[in-house]
Ligand binder design. Sequence first.
Ligand SMILES: Cc1cc2nc3c(=O)[nH]c(=O)nc-3n(C[C@H](O)[C@H](O)[C@H](O)COP(=O)(O)OP(=O)(O)OC[C@H]3O[C@@H](n4cnc5c(N)ncnc54)[C@H](O)[C@@H]3O)c2cc1C
Length: 476
Amino acid sequence: MKVVYWLRQDLRIQSNYALSHACAVGEVYPVFIAPQNTGGASKWWLHQSLKSLGDAYQSKDIALALAAGDPIECITTLSNALHADLVVWNRVYTPDGIELGEIMRNALDELNIKHRSFNSQLLLEPTKVFNKQGTPFKVFTPFWRHCRSFLEPQTAPKLSAFKTQSSDPIAALGSHSRSLDELGLTPSNPDWAAEFSEFWSPGEAGAQAQWQEFMDDSVDDYGDGRDFPALGKTSGLSPHLAWGEISPEQIFAECCVAIDSGQADAVNANKFLSEIGWREFCSYLLCHFPHLPEQAFNAKFDAFPWQQNQDYLKAWQQGKTGYPIVDAGMRELWQSGYMHNRVRMIVASFLTKHLMLDWREGADWFWDTLLDADLANNTAGWQWAAGCGADAAPYFRIFNPILQGQKFDKRGEYVRQWVPELATIPDKWLYTPWEAPVEVLEQSNVVLGSTYPMPVVDHKQARELALSTYQQMKAG
Ligand SMILES: Cc1cc2nc3c(=O)[nH]c(=O)nc-3n(C[C@H](O)[C@H](O)[C@H](O)COP(=O)(O)OP(=O)(O)OC[C@H]3O[C@@H](n4cnc5c(N)ncnc54)[C@H](O)[C@@H]3O)c2cc1C
């Protein structure tokens, strides 16, 4: 029996329901079709991840076929040419992902090709979880409490040995077949991703190493450490999870075992699991409310008068707002393809409340520059920060970028790393360089407006304007 395995956001071999099933029943023909709407940084990750997965398959004498074009055409062409008996895949829960799965099912039905799909991306099938009223949860805490009341650690069936491929899948794909380089995923001229590999090891092996390191070194400090960007106490798993290089099921199961055996501190490990729960909640919300990437969950925000100001947007994107913690975050993002969660909240609050720019502008920039860009998490994160999402921070809670820096990066290690022009300014003035005496600026080689910008907006005035605009919106 020949089985086409359509890879989507599940670039791993282990803990993989579709692949385990395919291997158990026949010869497996894995194929990945380049998606259309991937952000720039994610494309870089995808290239590295496919390279690593292709090598892993090759070591088992299995060809990983790569393709470009309409997914329906690619899969049906391949299945017909191979005389495949079955097509399998792991489901994707974004609105486009759900729609494509449905179209694929119909197309295969018409050709009388059997198909089967699995959930290997989330802990729970979003369409099977409801509150007591039978409607979708809209608040995280009751959602996660409910899920934890019945979630059991489980793992995908063990992978059986790969059977030899008796046909050539690359030839079978015909004109849809592409080499990795032909997919054109990596930037050149300029190669703005050059530094990413200093920070990351994409691929399943990299994901497993990252996971082990987190469980060995950081999980016990997670609860308190996760808010401090200089400490590096979070897992760094987000890009691996975004491309499915590690399964949430493995994370959940191994964390539960570590808690039960006393290997991991229960409070900290459960806090970590609740962040995996947030990932679950974001995908759940997007599945039930598919318009969220375009529309605010709270419809009142349709009337919010977001500003249009390209100068502000540019200053924010380039990390030149004059607020050191905001600038550090935006530069970390540009150089490493990542930003710490605490700082994501600060820069998102700054964009939507201090600059009063539309949260969708911020979400678009994140989508293009984050290695972990994930439609559900990104949309929910932005709507949370802008105050218009489900279970969001209220709009009137405006992060003070000066106090946030002083609280979460007190000694300035994080800011000094990403904003080197402030490296020698004393702690006392680090978050308010515009208030520093002239001689302090001179000694620190800081020339405001030249080596480091003046603040684009005044914190107090911006806060008052945001609050009064919000009050007007509320009043209708
Ligand atoms: C404005 C904004 C935009 C964001 N955009 C994204 C995005 O595009 N992709 C993305 O994966 N995360 C996004 N997040 C959530 C969060 O910032 C990242 O998941 C986290 O920083 C990743 O680092 P980590 O893997 O070390 O996290 P850890 O703290 O180690 O958490 C483990 C995992 O839990 C999940 N997780 C953690 N926090 C959240 C959260 N708040 N919401 C949903 N899932 C969470 C992630 O999968 C993460 O890898 C966004 C947050 C904000 C405020």
